[in-house]
Design a binder for this molecule. Structure first.
Ligand code: GDP
Length: 362
C-alpha cells in the first residue's frame, strides 16, 4: 500500500514538472462516476423543487418516473405526486377527440398558440392505448405543432405506453397533477377514438371537445352516440375554402341532433362551432365557449362536484386494477388457472365452479 502511494506521489511530481495533469486515480474516477450518476438521477427532493419552480427538465424527469414500471421509480413517483398534490387541481382540463385526420394536432397547435398568447401555460398530453405497440403514435408527429413545441409556455408530452388503457390512463392522471404543480393552467388531453379511450379521457377532464368534419356523410354515419352525448362542444374543423357551405349545413344538423339529447347534469347546453385550425379561424370563440362553460359550472358547483366524482371513480378503478394484478400474479393462481382452463375445454367443469376454485386460492 505504502509503496503504491509513494509511487503515485512520485509520478504526480514528475507530471507536474512536465506540465501534465495527473491521470484520475481510481478514487477520483469513482467519485466522478458517482457525480455523473447523481446528475442523471436527481433526488426526489430535487425533482419536487424543480417541478414546483416550473422547471421543464425536472417535470419531464418526474413524468418519466411516473411512466416507469420499475417499482423503485414508482415509489419515487408517488413521493413526487404527493408533494405536488397541494399545488394541483387549479387548471382547466380539456379533452380533445376525433378520428385520425380530422385535424387534432393542427387544432392543438392553433388553440395552444392562442392560449399562450393570452399568457396561459399549456400542457398537451395524450391518451393513446395503441401506443403500447407504436410507442406513442399520437402527438408523435410534432411537425404539426411546430410553433407550440418551441413555445416556452407550452409543454408537449406524447402518450405514456402501457399494457392496458387503464394503465395509460392512470399515468396520464398523475401526469396532470405534476403539470399543474409546475404551473400549467390549461391541460389539453388528446385522444383518438379507439375503443374506450374517449370515455376514459372524458372521466379526467372538465370540458370535452369533439372535432368533426363536414361532408363525407359522417354526420349520419359512424357517430358513436355515446361520444356525442359526452361532448360539451362539437367543433367542425376544416371550415375553409369549398368546405364552408357543407360545414354550415353540418352545424345545423348537429345542432338539431344535440337537441334530442337529455339535459346534461352540468346544465350546459353543448354548442356546435366551426373552425379552420389551419387558418386560425374560429379558434378564439372556442376558447370563449370554454370560459362560458367554466363560469356556468363553477357557479352551479358542477365543476367541483364533477372533479370529486372523477376522483372517486379513479379510486375505485385503481383498486380494481390492483386487485386484478395481485390476483393474476399469484403463483398458485397462475398454475391452477391453466388447470381450470383445461378442465373447461374438456367440459369437466363450468366457468363458475372454476372461478370459485381460483378465487379461494391464497
Ligand atoms: P389528426 O390526425 O387528427 O391529428 O390530424 P392532423 O392535424 O394531422 O391533420 C390532418 C390533415 O388535415 C393535415 O394535412 C392538415 O394540414 C389538415 N388540416 C388540419 N386542419 C385543417 C383545416 O382547418 N383546414 C384544412 N383545409 N386542412 C386542415
Amino acid at each position: 500500500m505504502k509503496f503504491v502511494a509513494k509511487k503515485n506521489k512520485k509520478i504526480s511530481a514528475l507530471q507536474e514538472k512536465k506540465g501534465i495533469s495527473p491521470p484520475a486515480t481510481t478514487d477520483s474516477k469513482a467519485v466522478s462516476r458517482l457525480k455523473d450518476r447523481r446528475k442523471k438521477q436527481p433526488s426526489t427532493a430535487h425533482l419536487i423543487e424543480g417541478v414546483l419552480k416550473g422547471n421543464i427538465t425536472a417535470l419531464s424527469r418526474a413524468i418519466t418516473l411516473i411512466e416507469s414500471n420499475n417499482p423503485k421509480h414508482l415509489n419515487m413517483a408517488n413521493v413526487i405526486i404527493e408533494a405536488c398534490l397541494p399545488f394541483a387541481n387549479s387548471s382547466v382540463r380539456i379533452g380533445i377527440t376525433g378520428v385520425p385526420g380530422v385535424g387534432k394536432s393542427t387544432f392543438i397547435e392553433s388553440f395552444g398558440m392562442h392560449l399562450t398568447a393570452l399568457n396561459k401555460k399549456v400542457a398537451v398530453l395524450a391518451v393513446d392505448p395503441s401506443s403500447t405497440i407504436t410507442k406513442g403514435s399520437i402527438l408523435g408527429d410534432k411537425t404539426r405543432m411546430e410553433d407550440l413545441v418551441k413555445n416556452k409556455n407550452a409543454f408537449i408530452r406524447p402518450s405514456a405506453s402501457g399494457n392496458t388503457l387503464g394503465g395509460v390512463a392512470r399515468k396520464t392522471r398523475e401526469t396532470i397533477i405534476v403539470c399543474e404543480a409546475a404551473g400549467f393552467d390549461t391541460i389539453l388531453i388528446e385522444t383518438v377514438g379507439v375503443g374506450q379511450s374517449e370515455t376514459t379521457v372524458h372521466s379526467m377532464v372538465d370540458f370535452f371537445l369533439l372535432l368533426k368534419l363536414s361532408g363525407a356523410g359522417d354526420e349520419l354515419q359512424g357517430i358513436k352516440r355515446g361520444i356525442i352525448e359526452m361532448a360539451d362542444a362539437i367543433v367542425i374543423n376544416k371550415a375553409d375554402g369549398h368546405n364552408i357551405n357543407p360545414a354550415n349545413l353540418a352545424k345545423v344538423e348537429f345542432n338539431r341532433a344535440l337537441h334530442l339529447y337529455p339535459e346534461k347534469a352540468s346544465k350546459w347546453q353543448p354548442r356546435v362551432s366551426l373552425c379552420s385550425a389551419l387558418h386560425n379561424d374560429g379558434i378564439d370563440s372556442i376558447w370563449e365557449m370554454v370560459l362560458a362553460y367554466i363560469e356556468l359550472t363553477k357557479a352551479n358547483n358542477y365543476f367541483e362536484n364533477n372533479r370529486n366524482e372523477q376522483n372517486k371513480y379513479w379510486l375505485l378503478q385503481t383498486i380494481e386494477a390492483q386487485l386484478k394484478l395481485d390476483f393474476f400474479n399469484r403463483d398458485r393462481v397462475k398454475s391452477e388457472l391453466e388447470n381450470q382452463l383445461r378442465r373447461i375445454e374438456n367440459q369437466e367443469t363450468t366457468p363458475f365452479a372454476a372461478a370459485e376454485v381460483l378465487l379461494k386460492l391464497k
